[in-house]
Design a protein around this ligand. Sequence first.
Ligand SMILES: *Cc1c(COP(=O)(O)O)cnc(C)c1O
Length: 355
Amino acid sequence: MNPFWSELARGLSPYVPGEQPRIPDLVKLNTNENPFGPSPKALAAIREAADARLRLYPDPRATRLREVLAAYHGVAPEQVFLGNGSDEVLAHTFAALLRQPEPVRFPDVTYSFYPVYCRLLGIAHAEVPLDDAMRVRVDDYLGQPGPVILANPNAPTGIALPLGDIARLAEGRAESAVVIDEAYVDFGGETALPLLATHPNLLVVRTFSKSRALAGLRVGYAIGEAGLIEGLTRVKDSFNSYPLGRPAQAGAIASVEDEAYFQHGRAAVMGNRAALTEALERLGFEVLPSSANFVFARHPDRAGPALAQALRARGVLVRHFAAPRIADFLRITVGSEGEIGRLVEALAEILARND
Ligand SMILES: *Cc1c(COP(=O)(O)O)cnc(C)c1O
């Protein structure tokens, strides 16, 4: 510990992002990046925005992008909040909505950034165990007071809840904020957006990083009733007024406007997911039913850390979490056909050896 650190800095336990190593010819299936890349129109818009206007601060409210997203989702621009990646949107959400006298509840197995935000912001939280099939049981959230945040589809399990469950949750917890993190919803989940009109306590968080293949641009957003959004804006304007640069705003707009590319890309990921699942099952893996751009899988005879390590030695990176209940699982991003081929080949070789 450096002696100049504040007490706050000393007490943190930061999120550990998946590694971004510079190893040539690596098959990188550890951070749920999209193998098909962003819309060429988005890339052109980003280039076009990178000119002398970078001298100026960008629009602090990303007005145009908010209008485009509002039209796309059929809501009002006042219902859209933008941030520097949905991680930042989530951080502001914890500060603005989830910091309450009662603890915020989320699953014991979910996006591991949630407890990190709680530590940073001094928020009490309660982890609610998934059931034996690694599913969220909405009834477990209905008894107690306090806000709730769920990733739907959940991460790292990939399992999605039906809209009826989210409706029951929003209704059953009507006096608290209910936040649904839909980072992966475009890969087969059901969005909670239709519930917004009747549930002023509901906030839906989205990202451009996964289905729009723009993780490097850092654009995320939230949609909810205008009053909720105003709360988020209060926190944002107490932290960083200009979270999105001009190129990011321009690229995000062009991405939303390229619907054909988006639809094609998400279908391709879902197709590759089916192929990956089938190949893993043929190798003896148990694969949880995924509605995301990754699968969560374990082998009955092999420990998770050993598998992850053996893959790494063969130039294939997957994500492993050393947490209770999931230590034997690997989270494998749905890559390109070539990447899936390299993964499956490496796994077959590892499993054929008896070490
Ligand atoms: C990837 C991810 C995010 C964050 O994505 P950003 O790149 O910060 O927009 C948020 N929630 C979940 C569950 C994720 O997996």
